[in-house]
Write a protein that binds this ligand. Structure first.
Ligand SMILES: [Zn+2]
Length: 363
């Protein structure tokens, strides 16, 4: 749609569905308040739908502009059915910044609501097109601002709560876990409260309202669950150590048949092969997937050299690497296997990417 502040804005096709939905839902209200007939009333209702999303866009841009201010790269903003998402590529480094990036959105929505409210009360006559639109817009921005301030992830209020707990405990992980559980609680309340109230008052709920409540609640529940997963993965990262995950490797020369290399590995209880030259220096590393894909009967006729990847300097990692540093080194040069060496350059073993992935399984 364009790039305000250099931030590309996309509109998902689902938005048109919701715009139509809002137009038809809002049109009777317009007809009731204005001396107007269709199709004029539909045009006014559609203008409201567009302006509503313009205010959602401004809300997202507020997040992005503050994130930018802290040097966080912003990929894009997408408007879709339930509102907008800002894709910010990194997380803020401090809880204070996290709080401000999250707060910027609702602050902007509430600011718009206040401006609209003041204009509506003092300057704009009722029962005019501008009057009806202004009233609906400030009310909608108030709802958007307040709803997003609810203190559960993935809502902005959840990120603010997370920042607060992060500040208190100095642990971003426990902030995420607490705010995500509050988010799950909110999701349940969003459906349970209207149902309870309708049971108590005997008034039936509109199905449209219930469908929206269920859609919003599932969105919040799934977002909270995703945050919990991310927090658990993050918590495990410091425990990922190259040394403890390493496989013992046996050196073989490139001309050794695969079947013979496997026999030697089994005999010495090793889990990987390193191809060495005649001086015993490592020159290549054998790919486990390629070994597994070689049928049993072909193995005597295939040399280990043909299944090996030449050792580039990036495939040689220090056995002391661990945590974030290890993952970064692996991301920098994706491979199935890495050679682990001691500080003096002696071979310690082989780190298999599948073993690292396995260490994150069940998280
Ligand atoms: Zn927001």
């Amino acid at each position: 749609m364009g790039s305000p502040f250099g931030i590309p804005v996309y509109v998902s096709p689902t938005w048109f569905l919701v715009a139509a939905f809002i137009t038809f839902g809002f049109e009777p209200l317009v007809r009731g308040q204005l001396d107007m007939t269709p199709p004029g009333t539909y045009v006014v209702a559609f203008v409201f739908a567009v302006l509503l999303y313009v205010s959602v866009l401004l809300h997202e841009l507020a997040h992005c502009v503050v994130a930018r201010m802290y040097g966080l790269p912003v990929r894009r903003v997408t408007l879709y059915m339930l509102g907008g998402v800002s894709e910010i590529e990194r997380e803020p480094e401090t809880p204070g910044r996290e709080f401000l990036v999250a707060f910027a959105g609702p602050a902007l929505s509430l600011g718009l609501a206040l401006i609209g409210f003041v204009a509506d009360i003092w300057f704009i006559p009722d029962n005019t097109v501008v009057g009806v639109l202004t009233f609906q817009l400030w009310a909608a921005n108030l709802v958007v601002g307040v709803f997003n301030m609810l203190p559960g992830l993935p809502l902005d209020g959840g990120r603010m709560l997370r920042a607060g707990i992060w500040k208190l405990t100095r642990d971003p992980g426990s902030g995420t876990i607490a705010a995500a559980w509050v988010g799950r609680g909110l999701a349940v309340l969003l459906v349970a409260l209207p149902v309870l109230m309708s049971l108590m008052t005997g008034q039936s709920l509109g199905w449209v309202f219930m469908v929206w409540a269920v859609i919003l609640a599932s969105f919040i529940w799934l977002g909270a669950t995703q945050s919990l997963r991310t927090a658990r993965v993050r918590a495990r990262i410091p425990h990922i150590q190259a040394r403890t995950l390493a496989r013992r490797a046996i050196p073989v020369t490139a001309d050794v048949p695969l079947s013979e290399a496997i026999r030697r590995a089994v005999e010495s209880g090793a889990g990987a092969f390193v191809v060495v030259d005649h001086e015993g220096r490592p020159i290549a590393i054998v790919n486990e997937t390629a070994v597994n894909l070689t049928p049993e009967q072909r193995r005597p006729w295939v040399t280990v050299g043909s299944l090996a990847r030449t050792l580039e300097p990036e495939l040689v990692l220090s056995a002391d690497l661990g945590g974030e540093n290890l993952l970064e080194a692996m991301q920098h040069t994706p491979a199935g296997e890495y050679l682990l060496v001691e500080r003096g350059g002696e071979i310690f073993g082989v780190l298999s990417t599948s073993d690292v992935n396995h260490a994150f399984k069940g998280v």
